[in-house]
Design a protein around this ligand. Structure first.
Ligand SMILES: [Zn+2]
Length: 248
């Protein structure tokens, strides 16, 4: 039997013959593994819609325990992402995070929307990379169930503390550390804290629509990255690659 669903290609793996296996975050069915037959041959009609990071309408044949792409109509290819190695690697990092957070048979409209809006912010709106990255990371942590508690210092209740505890996702004043505590604390300035408070509560559509100065943006990006990786207890090779491009 056949079904149709929209989805974004999070990963592509070469498979036997000229096939590929696609990991797709679909609107209706959560994460899917689709086989795209013959897609690596020059004349394949599936080529465009089955590319990494493409958002497409897939017609899928379901049979013999496998899902096979019958048709893939590209809806948005985010072309500027494919012409810039930094943007491509950052978007690939988002895709890898989305793959980790998504589940089969569990639609996740907010995650799909975050990916599409993130790709759009990078490719069409020319939003600063650090800003899009930080917003994506913090909201991804929230989606994974690790929404930080950003009201006040957990020790004294001060509403404007200056340290963020990475493992617990809570705030503290520099002077409120307990003698026995060893957890990693990152300095956090008021502008960074305001941005984080915005990011955990804003509408997904407004996730990438805020402004920050360069220094605050750097601090925010460091905090969100450390927090996401700590909470997920893993690294991402796409992130490592993206960061290797930043140094040169
Ligand atoms: Zn305090």
């Amino acid at each position: 039997m056949y079904f149709k669903t929209e989805g974004v290609v999070l990963r592509e793996t070469e498979y036997k013959d000229a096939d590929k296996l696609l990991t797709v975050l679909s609107r209706d069915r959560g994460r899917l593994t689709l086989r795209a037959r013959g897609v690596r041959s020059r004349s394949s009609k599936l080529k465009s819609g089955c590319q990494l990071l493409a958002f497409s309408e897939f017609t899928v044949f379901e049979g013999r325990g496998a899902l096979t792409v019958d048709e893939a109509v590209p809806l948005e290819l985010f072309l500027p992402l494919r012409e810039d190695i930094e943007l491509l690697s950052l978007a690939s990092y988002f895709a890898q995070v989305a793959e980790v957070l998504s589940q089969e048979d569990a639609p996740n409209p907010e995650l799909l929307s975050m990916c599409l809006n993130g790709f759009y912010a990078l490719s069409k709106l020319n939003r600063p990379q650090k800003l899009v990255k930080a917003a994506f990371e913090l909201r991804a942590a929230c989606l994974a169930g690790y929404t930080p508690m950003l009201d006040s210092c957990i020790v004294c209740g001060n509403p404007a503390p200056d340290r963020f505890l990475v493992s617990g996702g809570v705030l503290q004043c520099a002077g409120c550390r307990q003698p026995e505590e060893t957890s990693v604390r990152l300095p956090i300035h008021p502008g960074t804290l305001d941005a984080m408070r915005y990011l955990i509560s804003c509408d997904t559509k407004r996730l990438f629509s805020f402004q920050l100065g360069q220094e605050t943006l750097k601090e925010l990006s460091d905090v969100t990255e450390t927090y996401l990786l700590t909470q997920l207890e893993r690294g991402f090779f796409t992130l490592d690659f993206y960061k290797s491009l930043q140094i040169t």
